[in-house]
Design a protein around this ligand. Structure first.
Ligand SMILES: [Zn+2]
Length: 253
């Protein structure tokens, strides 16, 4: 660290904490060797001092930390910041080397409208779909694997053993035939969402009148049902006592 850098940090730190005493400056000079031993730069130290002033850390008794503790705070702050920066750099490097494709989400296939459902540039009913190979490394691998399967089937003696394997198109070939497939999918998705919203609204409008509809449905159902047959009487009809007394126990015939 140059003298100029050191002085700029000392000026910054003493201004922030209003240290003007000669003892404070002497204490700061004691710290210089420690900071230089870690290879700190003036920018890092200025940042640490600003963070210290903003954080205003407290000790265990809840008081502002002692002046002498500024040394440890600055050491820890810069070490942690460097560690975080190092981790971020490692992560960025990993992401850069990762073969993850955002088009196919790493599967190597792209889901596209089937050409038999594309009429005059529109994706139409029944909206059949299919897959093509993505133009990433995984997609290339899919194409190679597929070509190997086709070769194997072509070379097989008993072809009846295999179902028809459809040809896998690469993206460039498919886009020659249907260049606007992305917008077709977006349009379809938009329509699907709108239809779903209509369905939801209709359902709400219908169910919000639920009790009335239920009554109507019950009435209609009752009218459509066949009239109920009278139920057979399973118990004997009780005979009043005075009538029972007049009836003879035995049959006179
Ligand atoms: Zn891909």
């Amino acid at each position: 660290m140059t003298d100029s850098d050191w002085k700029s940090w000392v000026a910054h730190h003493t201004r922030l904490f209003r240290w003007t005493a000669a003892e404070d400056l002497a204490m700061l000079n004691l710290w210089r060797q420690g900071f230089e031993g870690r290879g700190f730069t003036a920018d890092e130290m200025i940042q640490a001092s600003s963070a210290l002033a903003e954080d205003n850390p407290k000790n265990s008794r809840g008081d502002a930390i002692w002046r002498a503790e500024h040394f440890s705070f600055i050491l820890n702050f810069i070490s942690s910041a460097r560690l975080m920066k190092q981790r971020a750099a490692i992560l960025a490097e990993e992401v850069r080397h990762r073969t993850y494709c955002t088009q196919c989400l790493g599967c190597g296939f792209l889901f596209v409208p089937n050409l038999c459902s594309v009429v005059s540039g529109d994706w139409v009913h029944p909206f059949s779909s299919g897959v093509i190979a993505c133009d990433c490394k995984k997609g290339e691998m899919r194409l190679r694997n597929h070509a190997a399967i086709l070769e194997h089937v072509a070379a097989a003696k008993n072809k009846k053993k295999y179902v028809d394997v459809p040809r896998l198109m690469c993206r460039a070939e498919y886009e020659e035939k249907n260049p606007f497939w992305k917008s077709q999918i977006e349009t379809r998705e938009m329509k699907r969402r709108t239809e779903q919203e209509i369905r939801d609204e209709t359902h709400y409008a219908d169910t919000s009148r639920g009790p009335l509809d239920n009554v109507v449905l019950k009435v209609i159902g009752r009218a459509r049902r066949a009239p109920e047959k009278p139920k057979p009487i399973s118990r004997p009809i009780p005979v009043p006592k005075d009538v029972a007394a007049t009836v003879p126990n035995t049959c006179p015939f």
